[in-house]
Design a protein around this ligand. Structure first.
Ligand SMILES: *[C@@H]1O[C@H](CO)[C@@H](O)[C@H](O)[C@H]1NC(C)=O
Ligand SMILES: *[C@@H]1O[C@H](CO)[C@@H](O)[C@H](O)[C@H]1NC(C)=O
Ligand SMILES: *[C@@H]1O[C@H](CO)[C@@H](O)[C@H](O)[C@H]1NC(C)=O
Length: 804
């Protein structure tokens, strides 16, 4: 195509030749020049001259002449490239033939190039295959672009599309045109870019320039330049411990950017210890890592495995597998007794440390957090000490006598879910401390002993229990002073230290000693020992061992002891009285009187109990003046004892009437004996009186001294009652230990006590009978209190066994 109608007309006229220079590709009809003018022809005559354009060698007429103006115009398309190719100048020779006259003019048309062709490449695509391993600077020749135009209108330069890898180097050949080379400026990476497509543009120098493009298609060829690459540089997985065998831990994967064999990946472990190889298996093809052995968090809480992936050529990529083992609560807490102070003394104060417990749980975190507890209702508690240590301490007093050993169950529970727990028994004993004194079974003991017992016979036994252990609980008995009636207690009683059996050391005489008390001490063998004591009241019971003692009439049958009976005595008159006493008491002293022989049996009778002899009928003259009675006094004991006496009664109003009184009272043979007896009696009496006076003197100094012995014959009471009876306060003649109960219950203990005291103090008399009574009361005073006490507190009081 024509860019624009532009030409330079140049006409040279030499020897009838005319030259014109015109651009190619002018439109048909375009005026090249005025030939007529240039040749100096007359335009008006031109038609007459019949001008025509002939071609020489050329068959085509490219121009024609206009007859009316003589102008030369383009008749045919003039393509320089077609006519002249690459020739630098392109001349078209045309001949102008004129007739009338015949003339021949040469018309030379010089055809100028115009840029009407674009550069053009041979192919539409230039293909290269370049290995990615090609070095930088490698050159790849590019086809030259063709432009039919010449000169500046031909290819002047090349341009390459901007890209990362290639530069264009343009070379101007010696006898060729310009051509380009691709220069590798940056290595190719097939894995990044498999192919590169570039546009190469060739530009000519025309105005305006024209260009032509070609695509350069670079295929990047693979080289094994890529190692396999794992999808993660580090694989982190969590794996619960105790997972079953064949659990898939993780599947690793590596990719190799290379192709074919170069990109075939196999997996294997890197440098890994033998033991780990037993636990983990890596599938070479799939990259699956499975667990093949047991995993115990407590052994190993994490694993680090090096893994690698290799391609066919042996290039390897590495990664690390970090396996975090997750703890599972699979360990029971363990309770360890670190120390145990067994036995624990029972007097250990509350808070005493008995033992140290340690708990362990191999699990971690909450699974290893252990709480320790103790079964309730035990006198111990756990005090947390330093981490995971507990002190087992007492919370209260211990008492071996109540609980002698403890079997404490300690439970430890962790905080896992589900929690695991375990228990442990802590067994220890409580050591004895001598903290219990012996305790007597009774608050006091009473022993009843029949008088005249055999010395050495056992009378009673006491028993005390001590709850303590072994020697701390072994009881030893002994008797305690004070002395009994100023004689050492050992002369009265002895006690078996082991059994507590009390023996009498002597034969007791009720008439001398009716009761006494001793203290029995029970002591244990502890160190220091503990002891307690108990009162043993010994009551001596009466035995009928005293025959009635006849005080009147004198038993020796003294003739002077003759009763006068007035003749006028009437029936029932009291004529005499037999007075007898019995040192025994109670039934044993209950006397009955009987006349066992009488000279006139019907005349006199005797009061069975009073001993009063009365006439049974009126006396008559016929009655014998002398009457003899044999009276027997019998006590009520079993067997009963008796005494007899003779009573001489003289029925007379006047002693003088009785001449044979002497005969009656005495026979000759005994009078002499009587005389001696009287002398003896007088001397004894004198001695006795002296003795009494001495005693009284002594007594005055030691007034409180109790009187022990009862001498029933000392005084004849003003009343007819035997002196003993005063003691029982007229309550009767029964006299035995149980009588006192009745007597003593009449008042309160205190009033009795006071009564006895004031009576004692207020009576300052030398009357021995009375004194004896007082001392008896004194003796019984403590006992009264005891008995009274027992009667009020205890309904039943077991009595000691009585022996002998
Ligand atoms: C403590 O008690 C447990 C069960 O309660 C028992 O198995 C264990 O034998 C006891 N220990 C002792 C020393 O008695
Ligand atoms: C008796 O008690 C004492 C402490 O009072 C103690 O030391 C001793 O071990 C006890 N004896 C026995 C046999 O338990
Ligand atoms: C007997 O026991 C009482 C208390 O029970 C005590 O006061 C007294 O001292 C003891 N007597 C002796 C001699 O140990």
């Amino acid at each position: 195509m024509f860019g624009f109608a532009f030409f330079v007309l140049m006409a040279h006229t030499t020897n009838g030749d005319v030259s014109y220079s015109i651009p190619e590709e002018m439109k048909r009809g375009s005026v090249i020049g005025n030939v007529a003018k240039d040749l100096g022809l007359d335009v008006n005559r031109l038609s007459f001259r019949k001008p025509r354009i002939d071609t020489e060698g050329n068959r085509k007429r490219f121009c024609e002449i206009k007859l009316n103006s003589g102008e030369l115009t383009v008749a045919e398309r003039i393509d320089r490239e077609a006519l002249c190719g690459k020739k630098a100048s392109c001349l078209l020779n045309q001949e102008l033939v004129l007739e009338n006259p015949l003339e021949l003019h040469r018309l030379i048309l010089s055809i100028d190039d115009i840029n009407d062709n674009s550069p053009q490449f041979k192919q539409s695509i230039i293909k290269f295959e370049i290995s990615e391993s090609a070095d930088k600077g490698s050159r790849y020749l590019l086809d030259e672009a063709q432009d039919p135009d010449i000169g500046v209108n031909s290819v002047q330069s090349y341009m390459l599309q901007n890209n990362d890898h290639f530069l264009l180097s343009v070379i101007t050949g010696e006898n060729r045109g310009k051509y380009g080379e691709l220069v590798l400026n940056k290595e190719l990476d097939r894995e990044q870019q498999k192919e590169v497509t570039l546009i190469l543009t060739a530009v000519d120098g025309g105005t305006p320039p024209r260009s032509g493009t070609v695509a350069i298609h670079v295929t990047v060829l693979d080289a094994n330049d890529n190692a396999p690459v794992f999808s993660q540089a580090v694989y982190k997985v969590s794996l619960p411990e105790n997972s079953p065998v064949d659990t898939v831990v993780v599947t690793v994967s590596a990719t190799d950017a290379d192709e074919g064999q170069n990109g075939e990946v196999t997996y294997e472990f890197g440098h890994v210890s033998e033991s780990l190889l037993e636990i983990f298996f890596l599938d070479a093809i799939t990259g699956e890592i499975r667990q093949t052995g047991p995993i115990d968090y407590e052994e190993e809480s994490s694993f680090e495995l090096s893994i690698q992936a290799k391609d066919g050529q042996g290039l390897a990529g590495r990664s690390i597998l970090l396996i975090d083992v997750v703890d599972v609560n699979d360990n029971n807490p363990i309770i360890i007794i670190k120390s145990l102070n067994s036995p624990v003394p029972e007097n250990a104060s509350p808070g005493t440390e008995v033992g140290i417990i340690n708990v362990q749980d191999r699990d971690s975190e909450n699974n290893g957090q252990v709480r320790c507890s103790i079964q309730q209702n035990v006198r111990f508690k756990l005090v947390p000490s330093i981490k995971n240590y507990y002190s087992l301490v007492t919370t209260g007093e211990l008492d071996r006598e109540l609980v002698s050993d403890y079997n404490i169950t300690i439970t430890a529970t962790d905080e896992g879910s589900p929690p695991l727990s375990s228990t442990k028994n802590v067994y220890f004993t409580v050591a004895d401390v001598n903290d219990n004194p012996p305790v007597f079974e009774e608050q006091n003991y009473r022993a009843h002993v029949q008088e005249n017992n055999k010395p050495g016979s056992s009378i009673c036994s006491v028993s005390a229990a001590d709850l303590d252990w072994r020697q701390n609980g072994t009881v030893v008995y002994s008797l305690l002073p004070p002395d009994v009636n100023s004689a050492p207690v050992s002369s009265f009683l002895s006690i078996n230290a082991d059994t507590g059996v009390i023996h009498a050391m002597r034969s007791f005489d009720y008439e001398q000693l009716k009761s006494f008390k001793v203290l029995v001490l029970a002591r244990d063998n502890g160190s220091p020992p503990l002891s307690s004591n108990v009162t043993v009241s010994v009551f001596i019971t009466d035995e009928n061992d005293n025959t009635p003692q006849i005080l009147y009439p004198s038993p020796d049958g003294n003739s002077f002891m003759t009763e006068m009976v007035p003749k006028s005595a009437q029936t029932g008159s009291l004529v005499s009285k037999v007075i007898a006493v019995d040192a025994d008491s109670g039934q044993n002293a209950w006397l009955t009187y009987h006349i066992i022989k009488a000279s006139d049996p019907g005349l006199f009778s005797i009061g069975v109990h009073s001993g009063e002899i009365r006439t049974q009928r009126d006396l008559s003259e016929s009655d014998s003046m002398k009457q003899n009675l044999i009276v027997s006094v019998r006590d009520n004991g079993q067997p009963s004892l008796s005494a007899t006496c003779a009573l001489y009664l003289l029925i007379s109003d006047n002693l003088a009437e009785v001449p044979e009184l002497k005969d009656m009272s005495h026979d000759e043979s005994s009078s002499k004996l009587t005389f001696y007896l009287i002398i003896a009696l007088v001397s004894v009496s004198t001695f006795f009186l002296t003795f009494i006076i001495i005693i009284l003197a002594v007594r005055f100094c030691r007034r409180k001294k109790p009187r022990l012995y009862f001498d029933g014959a000392v005084a004849i009471p003003s009343a007819y009652l035997p002196p003993n009876y005063a003691e029982v306060d007229g309550a009767g003649t029964l006299r035995s230990a149980y009588n006192y109960d009745a007597y003593l219950t009449t008042g309160s203990r205190t009033s009795d006590f006071k009564f006895v005291r004031s009576y004692n103090e207020g009576t300052m008399t030398a009357d021995m009978t009375l004194r004896k009574t007082q001392s008896s009361v004194d003796d019984l005073e403590g006992l009264d209190a005891d008995i009274n006490d027992s009667l009020q507190v205890r309904s039943i009081m077991p009595f000691c066994a009585m022996f002998g």
